[in-house]
Structure formats: C-alpha cells, structure tokens
Design a protein around this ligand. Sequence first.
Ligand SMILES: NC(=O)c1ccc[n+]([C@@H]2O[C@H](COP(=O)([O-])OP(=O)(O)OC[C@H]3O[C@@H](n4cnc5c(N)ncnc54)[C@H](O)[C@@H]3O)[C@@H](O)[C@H]2O)c1
Length: 331
Amino acid sequence: MSVLVTGGAGYIGSHMVLALLDAGQDVCVIDNLTTGYRWAVPEQVSFIEADVGDKGAVRQVIERHDVDAMVHFAGSIVVPESVSDPLGYYHNNTVNSRSLIECCVETGVKNMIFSSTAAVYGTPAVSPVTEETPTDPISPYGASKLMTEWMLRDTAFAHDFNYVALRYFNVAGADPEGRSGQSNPAATHLLKALMRTALGISDHMKIFGRDYETRDGTCIRDYIHVSDLIGAHLAALSYLRDGGESGVFNCGYGHGCTVLEAIAAVERVLDQKINVVDADRRAGDPPELVSVADKARSVLGWTPKHDDLDVIVQTAYDWEKILNARVDAAE
Ligand SMILES: NC(=O)c1ccc[n+]([C@@H]2O[C@H](COP(=O)([O-])OP(=O)(O)OC[C@H]3O[C@@H](n4cnc5c(N)ncnc54)[C@H](O)[C@@H]3O)[C@@H](O)[C@H]2O)c1
C-alpha cells in the first residue's frame, strides 16, 4: 500500500513526501519537473519523471507500487498567468486532473486528496469564508480548480471513490528542519519575494496596489505555514483510509494580514529594512481572502502548530539562505 504524490518535486509536494517518509509510509512521486526539482525528492523515493496527463505512465506507477491513495499537487499555479493563458491552465489543471481521476477509477485507487485553492471563492461578499460561501472564481486558475472539485464530487457519487479537496489559503514558510522550501526563483508569492529582497537577490519587491478597501489599502491574505498544511493532508489521508466521507475543507488559520503588515513582520524578525516599490493591481487579485477552517479541525482532526507569522518568516528566510548557498556553490 503506498501513496502516489503528483507534483512531489514542487514546493508543497516535496514537504508532503518528507512528511510521508517521516511517518513511515511508502511513497512514490510523478512530476514532469516544469517547476519542480529532482533534488527536492529524497533518493529513497521512487521518482517517475512524467506528465500526469500520461495515462500509461500513471497506470504503471499505480500498479507497480500498489497505490491506494493519490495526493494530487501537480498543476500550474500563477493567477495572472492563468488570465493570459486560460487554455493552458484548463489543460494542466482540469484536463489532466480528469485523466488522473479516471486512472483512479479504472485501477481501483479509492482515495484522492486534491490541492484546491481559496481562489475558488473569487471576490467573496463576506469575510472570512466558510466552505458554504458561494464559489465564484475571478481567474481561470480558480475556475480550473473548481471544475476539478466538481469532477471529484460527481465521480465520488458515481463510483467507489472518495476524495478530500483542501482549499489552501496562502501557503508560506519552509520545513523547520531545513530540508525543503519554496525553491522556484520565479515564484510570485509575497513571502518569497520578501526573502529574495532581504537577501539582496532582488533589488526590491513590488506592492501590487495600495488602493484596496482594506485597513491599509493593501490585500489581506490568510498565510498558512506549509508544515501545517501538510498536517492537514496527513489528517485527510487517515480520514479517507478510515472510510471518511468525501468533502471540501478550507485550510488557513482564520485570520489574515495585509501586505504592509507582512513586510513589517519581516523587517522586525530579520531586523532589516526591505526595499519596496509600488505597482499596479494584478489581474485576478481579490482584496481579502481569509478562511474559517473549523471544519478541517472538527472533521479531519487537524491541529495546526505553527500559527505564527514570525515562524513563517524565519523558516522561509532560513530556507532561502540554504538555497542561495547552493546556487553560489554551483556557480
Ligand atoms: N502555493 C500556494 O500558495 C498554493 C495555494 C493554493 C493552492 N496551491 C496548489 O498546490 C499545488 C502545489 O503548488 P506548489 O506551490 O507546490 O507549486 P509548484 O509549482 O512548486 O509545484 C507544482 C509541481 O507540479 C509539477 N507539475 C506541474 N504540472 C505537471 C504535470 N502536468 N505533470 C507532472 N508534474 C507537473 C511541477 O513540476 C511542480 O513540481 C498546486 O496544485 C497549486 O495550485 C498552492
């Protein structure tokens, strides 16, 4: 019995692989390395470099490794890019997810955990949002994920198949043991941009809009430490294997901070001034996205341990330094 992690060479997926190994589980990974790194997957893990849309490769892995659960992280994740390349996003996030779900049905894999996103809520009329808040994505990225949630729901209705879709809020931070972190230099996440600026890799970081209707004019997000997010996946895995019902769960801390508050936290924790410049709003960015995540706590038994912006900042910084030292050594 083993867990197949798609996108296991990426930021969040690599943390999942480490957590599964730490828990003594058998794990295998499929990743096409578009934004992931082969070195991010430990040597002892069976790694298949393939596209998740390649049904032959996926079936072979499932059968060879006696997979009973799939954790599906592989996808394209940049909201503004999805606005300029909607068909690319619908292909990689929706069409490829359909193919994976079909592989599960055909091969008898009964459990799937899916990386969904707070972007399915679009610009919600209320804040914070529960899982019952109407979904109305404002970007192809959010729509591509919501369509996958629908496919999962309908497949679970029709077949012997269960799923948990986790709607992540803003994932940040890095493995506290320094084994993985956000490694993609092109990643657009706020914390990543702040760390690169703090270390002088970037000259400045951009604030995308100061004219939102929020307490200081900048966007509010619910930042969740990646290790806590992985804790929710482990809880979901046990839940599904114990016969839990399919469902959708928010993953956040239930409180948010503005871009300016995040910058202030970084400046305080690192005791360093960050060079910022103002820029226009980005397409597809709602003013505020904060979760109510009570359902994951009560139904999955999830208990977050790192609900502290300082810990998020410190672990992200420590990882960026490790990464930077590696790049320096390679040059
Ligand atoms: N990072 C966040 O804040 C956030 C928030 C909400 C949801 N998510 C979701 O979490 C998942 C993981 O995100 P991440 O931040 O780790 O991104 P990432 O880009 O670091 O990881 C994605 C991984 O999937 C792989 N991949 C992409 N398309 C593939 C394909 N067709 N076949 C095989 N491998 C493929 C990439 O090479 C990469 O290793 C994504 O589905 C994303 O939509 C992330």
